[in-house]
Design a protein around this ligand. Structure first.
Ligand SMILES: [Zn+2]
Ligand SMILES: [Zn+2]
Ligand SMILES: [Zn+2]
Length: 356
């Protein structure tokens, strides 16, 4: 995503910050500005921006989840009738706050969700919750496994169903998620990755189902009318085909064309977010080959760039080399443990086309 500066003192700040570490001001993200803003409280409970460089008469409220629960950092216009911001308003069910560590889990879930909502807003994709649009809206349920009265385990499956995205709260627990990653032999498993993947299913319904893109989708990804439940069962019984990496971005993507799409959608969201950051900061890197000129990712106004797909892919290949070498230098696993084959690049191209 973009990089942000405190509007009061101009120091660099993160999207997740609630206070500027440099000047101590309260910070909030304004979706109207798509920027972090230093804000100052007024006696009537409203908040005004502190911004001498771009004075404004905007007045905000802070999201109720910011003030009351400490799980959000968004500002909303004073005129907005709802107490929750656009991101929090998408959550239908929060983790059961009676359970240990559930507040921390809720905060991690909302933090990941806000980053996805930022991408959706910057890509100008349709976004409404189920209260605004019960039929086509989007909502999230954060649910935990439970034990029934009979003593049976009731497992919550992370997934998407007709605009309702369910995330198993345990995925916010680093130990659980890492254990699952190793169990499933996945090179990468992240809370943010789950959100991006499931949102991909939602946007398949919005952008591809019943549209003139469906024939092209089937040419690139295969026929999604293949029985989904049988495909899933087959995947968990037999695993992915041995040569899955020649045509799929991940082993799981080989399950069914819908999963392939969702995996590719998540990857495009990873790419767009990281490339946007690289552009916002300005980055110049040595060439891929010694005999090529250096690749420069110039500092430029930050936008989610999906229209020029070829540039996106060539910048991504250099940027992931940088990312992986930096994380190796810190003694950590590769930040991006994937290789993009030619058929996968064509799938990513299709996803980018659908986003524009
Ligand atoms: Zn500051
Ligand atoms: Zn909020
Ligand atoms: Zn899926």
């Amino acid at each position: 995503m973009n990089t942000f500066h405190c509007t009061a003192c101009q120091a660099l700040v993160f999207f997740e910050n609630t206070k500027c570490r440099h000047c101590g001001r309260t910070l909030a993200f304004s979706p109207a500005r798509m920027a972090m803003v230093a804000v100052s409280p007024a006696d009537d409970g409203s908040w005004t921006p502190v911004d001498e460089r771009a004075p404004t008469d905007e007045v905000y409220r802070l999201c109720a989840n910011y003030l009351d629960n400490g799980v959000c950092n968004w500002a909303i216009p004073l005129t907005h009738a709802e107490p929750l911001c656009q991101a929090c308003g998408l959550t239908h069910t929060i983790p059961n706050q009676g359970e240990p560590a559930s507040h921390e889990a809720w905060m991690k879930l909302e933090t990941a969700k806000r980053r996805v909502v930022y991408s959706i807003l910057s890509l100008e994709l349709p976004l409404f919750n189920k209260l605004e649009n019960p039929k086509d809206g989007l909502e999230f349920q954060f649910l935990s496994d439970s034990v029934t009265v009979n003593g049976d385990q009731s497992r919550v499956l992370t997934g998407h169903d007709n605009g309702v995205i369910t995330i198993n709260v345990a995925e916010a627990d680093d130990v659980y998620r890492e254990a699952q990653r190793q169990l499933q032999r996945e090179p990468y498993r992240a809370l943010l990755g789950h959100f991006r993947h499931e949102v991909g299913h939602y946007y398949w319904d919005r952008l591809i189902a019943g549209s003139d893109k469906l024939d092209e989708f089937r040419r690139v990804f295969g026929d999604e009318r293949l029985d989904y439940q049988s495909a899933l069962k087959l995947h968990y019984e037999q695993g992915a085909p041995a040569n899955w990496d020649e045509t799929f971005i991940s082993a799981y993507a080989s399950t069914h064309p819908w999963e392939d799409w969702a995996e590719c959608w998540a990857h495009v969201m990873h790419m767009v977010d990281a490339i946007e950051t690289a552009h916002a900061l300005g980055l110049s890197v040595k060439p891929q080959r010694r005999d090529e000129p250096a690749l420069s990712i110039p500092a430029q106004p930050s936008v989610a760039r999906v229209e020029d797909f070829d540039s996106l892919v060539s910048e991504w290949s250099v940027l992931t080399y940088v990312l992986n070498n930096l994380t190796r230098g810190l003694g950590l696993a590769d930040a991006y443990p994937f290789v993009l084959s030619t058929p996968v690049i064509e799938k990513l191209r299709f996803v980018c086309g659908a986003m524009t």
